[in-house]
Design a protein around this ligand. Sequence first.
Ligand code: ADP
Length: 394
Amino acid sequence: MEQGILVINAGSSSIKFAVFTDGDRPEPALLFKGQMEGLGSDPSFQVKDATGRKIDERDEWPRGSTLNHAGALRYILSWLEECASDIEIVAAGHRVVHGGLDYDRAVRLDEDVIADLEQLVPLAPLHQPHNLAAIRALAEVAPKLPQVACFDTAFHRTQPRVAQLFALPRALTESGVRRYGFHGLSYEYIAHRLPDTLPEARKVVVAHLGSGASMCALLDGRSIESTMGFTAVDGLPMGTRTGGMDPGVVLYLMQDRGYDAKGLEKLLYKESGLLGVSGVSNDMRDLLESDDPHAAEAVELFVYHIGKHLGALASTLGGLDAVIFTAGIGENAPIVREQVCLGAKWLGIRLDPEANRRGGPRISSVGSPIPVWVIPTNEELMIALHVRDELRAA
Ligand code: ADP
């Protein structure tokens, strides 16, 4: 029987999962990837094999049944027992959005760690409670299974103190109001790939452009700066999030426009970004297909901010040896990459338009002083690697 690692990414109404082998290979190999959606309403389940071929799905549940996190995990585990009976799940790794100041690496979960992570719920109220709900649910469903938390913040704990500070009174900083950075598992994965891909590159900017989007400055594979700060709403405009904005706007909206905290949360996280500016969609595919000028303006704004932050991150690195695009838009939208690279000509970036259309992996021209690459991210594999390290260290 082969041993397997279960990777879990839990949201409010969905659980995405992946299963990797835990053999002697240099890296765990993907076996399945799937998701349970519609938790709390109409559940649906889908699973694909390592090549992306759908191998099972289920939409029909008994009338009125609403699955919670525990019900969904029970179903996923029983599906694995039945349909992958040659795999024994030996541990689970969770994507957890916030590890606060203390967790600078993945950690084996126990009651004390869970209690620490509960304390961080106010710092990530839209994600942390669901991550913890899945951890508690799995402990209930499979009490003996070792569980590991892998944090989106941990990779950024190497940032210099000055990059973590807001210009706020010291007492607030010391109480935890500071810049943490997110998408850390994605950046860690890219950093993990760099020695093979671009062994000479010491100063690298990575653009993780998905429905959540951020950028990170890597110096010798370690994060020294990122565009997201205290929350995942800072930095670039995103699918539905504003990105960085004058905090005075928030004060004005509260004082003069009748917004309260809930209304602001909805505005900043759900109604803004590409969706708010375009009035068309939060999905880059829709915007690129649309002939609405507001859709074009939303794309232009997105590209503008990527270029602006690229310059800022290059300055924090004191130079630039390479640029990497990753995540849904970074991997699949050549026109966005092209616009960013054209705007970054001043940095020495020269695009190979044909390579860019093909999707790379190298999309800069042969003579470009700064290489630009597309590297697909793989946060699930990074989690599986952390779980394997944790099991081996135990
Ligand atoms: P997340 O994991 O943050 O939900 P992804 O990294 O999967 O997001 O990215 C999702 C986004 O990628 C979609 O909203 C869509 O805008 C964009 N995307 C995916 N495929 C394409 C494509 N072929 N062209 C342009 N954009 C794409």
